[in-house]
Design a protein around this ligand. Structure first.
Ligand SMILES: Cc1cc2nc3c(=O)[nH]c(=O)nc-3n(C[C@H](O)[C@H](O)[C@H](O)COP(=O)(O)O)c2cc1C
Length: 195
């Protein structure tokens, strides 16, 4: 099939949706975020890329934030958090808020998995600030776990695609990681030289 170049838009399909919690003074604030990733194993670090929003200012100030994983039944609330600013509205009234060990990282009781993070680095990019934070505590409930870990079928997270701006639930399992590739290993020839 002929390949066609379709520009240089960074199409990452899909992106998991999270809600980032921060503190504007004493008030908890929440925003919708799709630009989120794990970035280091030990210590456990997670990054979020945030534009010049109220949230970015708040995190710069406190050095703390939370990452909350909303379930599909919070699509509308999550979307609203991405439309209006904490500078204009008290978005915390949408949820029950709780805290772990960090006093400036408010978390959402209605989210099945929430993580409190302490900033270890803030990288100023041309438009966004990349906050890298150490995960100091993860909170959930027994009903969302299998073998002690969050179970995707119980948590029911959702994703975003851009630029069509649509939300998607997670589909069915298609394989086992660090396992299904092993059957293909014999088809590889050995590298003549080590890289
Ligand atoms: C689906 C969706 C995803 C978003 N992802 C991000 C993101 O990753 N980074 C970002 O800076 N803004 C993102 N936004 C925009 C912010 O959530 C929005 O500007 C929000 O109002 C900022 O809130 P604040 O002013 O209370 O901080 C997203 C918005 C939506 C609807």
């Amino acid at each position: 099939m002929k390949k066609i170049k379709i520009g240089n838009n960074p199409y990452l399909l899909p992106m998991p949706m999270v809600i980032v919690g921060s503190s504007i003074g004493k008030r908890p604030n929440f925003m919708a975020v799709a630009w989120v990733s794990r970035v280091n194993a030990k210590p456990a670090l997670m990054s979020i890329a945030i534009g010049r929003h109220a949230t970015a200012q708040a995190i710069q100030h406190t050095g703390e934030y939370s990452i909350n994983i909303p379930p599909v039944d919070l699509v509308k609330e999550t979307d609203l958090l991405g439309i209006v600013s904490g500078s204009d509205f008290d978005k915390s009234s949408l949820f029950e808020v709780f805290y772990g060990s960090l006093r400036k990282a408010p978390m959402i009781r209605q989210c099945p998995v929430t993580m409190e993070c302490k900033v270890v680095q803030a990288v100023e990019l041309p438009v966004d600030v990349l906050f890298i934070g150490e995960v100091v505590g993860v909170w959930s409930e027994e009903r969302f776990l299998s073998d002690g870990n969050p179970d995707v079928e119980k948590v029911k997270p959702f994703c975003l695609t851009m630029p069509d701006n649509r939300y998607w639930s997670v589909g069915s399992e298609v394989g086992r990681a660090w396992h299904d590739g092993l059957g293909l290993k014999d088809s590889l020839s050995r590298a003549a030289e080590k890289a």
